[in-house]
Design a protein around this ligand. Structure first.
Ligand code: NAG
Ligand code: NAG
Ligand code: NAG
Length: 332
């Protein structure tokens, strides 16, 4: 079980939702220790004091830094727990997160917080309880991160093809994970196609949608001569979701997990600061596949499109120029 403390949560920010944060230190605001609610009205407390094996909650502190949900740390005589709540959503979002964390946890490779419990709140909304990890002050070793990520990709296999048992979200955009046996079909329809449709629906952007669809229909040659196996992916791997524990072990957080082509994990690498030692260590475990470089931008395209849909036109030109480059390359 985990102890005290604070850590650095993001190292640089590509997300408008983390205003101006380069080093965003988690802050704890002390609140009065345990209060009021009877057990039945407070399922978080109830779980911690039963299955969580605590007899006493000594302190509840709120943790700043999250963009979307309220986060708290519960200190107890059985260690600390990390709890996120959201008053306005049903449990499905946190269920998706718990399934993702659980799948990664089961690989016993890279460290992730162990999910314990998800449920609805009596007054509406929902919660997730997970392991509290004490973060270290420094970013973990890049080569260890690369190796452990590759070990997770290697260990996390799927017998159902590409997808996941539940849909989840990427940022706040829905991410559709319908099981599909063919990767090119999955990536074309549920990743690029979904975002292109969204751009059409919310901005009326027929131009990016049509060109993007042309790319989707013609992208198969980019995958020639490789075998694509479904691997467990974190799905939203950027520096804000990478940390390290007190021992310097890398920790990854806030996943948008699914089983996909391992290379798709690098779709957020423009926000992740992975260096040479990261990739070298990664490829020692998961050898680089033929044509890796020519698919790189294709995997970033999904996330650029998502940023366009979430944050507006600032990201449109990046997405569009990737599409244009591929249409030229593929001569379609
Ligand atoms: C709850 O989640 C919704 C949807 O993701 C988000 O828009 C909202 O800000 C969240 N609210 C709180 C209080 O956490
Ligand atoms: C990172 O880890 C690798 C392999 O364990 C080690 O060789 C290297 O010295 C470490 N780098 C740093 C900066 O600690
Ligand atoms: C992880 O990334 C998402 C954006 O995709 C962000 O909303 C979330 O706050 C990040 N997690 C942390 C711990 O910063």
């Amino acid at each position: 079980m985990v102890a005290l403390h604070v850590g650095i949560i993001s190292f640089n920010s590509c997300f408008p939702c983390l205003p101006g944060s380069r080093l965003l230190r988690l802050r704890f605001t002390k609140r009065k220790s345990s209060s009021v609610a009877a057990m039945s009205e407070d399922p978080i407390r109830e779980w911690i004091l039963s299955e969580g094996k605590a007899t006493q909650i000594t302190k509840i502190s709120s943790i700043g830094g999250g963009c979307i949900n309220l986060a708290s740390r519960y200190d107890t005589d059985a260690g600390s727990f990390f709890v996120k709540t959201n008053r306005s959503i049903g449990p499905s979002m946190f269920e998706g997160e718990a399934l993702g964390l659980g799948a990664m946890y089961e690989t016993r490779t890279i460290r992730v917080p162990k999910p314990f419990k998800v449920g609805p709140l009596p007054a509406g909304g929902s919660y997730i309880i997970m392991e509290f990890i004490e973060f270290g002050a420094f970013r973990g070793n890049q080569s260890v991160l690369g190796r452990k990520l590759a070990e997770m990709h290697k260990a996390g296999k799927s017998e159902k093809g590409f997808g996941f048992d539940v849909d989840n979200t990427i940022g706040s955009t829905p991410q559709i994970n319908t099981w599909t046996s063919d990767w090119i079909e999955f990536y074309g329809e549920h990743r690029l196609g979904y975002q292109l449709k969204l751009a059409l629906d919310q901005y009326g952007d027929t131009s990016i949608c049509q060109k993007g669809q042309r790319l989707v229909k013609n992208m198969a040659p980019l995958f020639e001569n490789i075998v694509i196996e479904p691997c467990l992916l974190h799905g939203d791997l950027w520096s804000g979701n990478i940390s390290s524990d007190k021992n310097g072990e890398p920790v990854i957080l806030d996943p948008a997990c699914y089983y996909g082509h391992s290379e798709a994990e690098f779709g957020m690498s423009w926000c992740a600061g992975f260096g040479g030692s990261f990739y070298n260590a990664y490829f020692e475990v998961m050898p680089k596949q033929l044509g890796f470089e020519k698919r790189r931008d294709l995997y970033m395209l999904y996330h650029y499109l998502n940023h366009y849909n979430l944050f507006g036109s600032g990201y449109r030109s990046s997405a569009m120029s990737i599409i244009d480059d591929y249409l030229r390359l593929l001569n379609v």
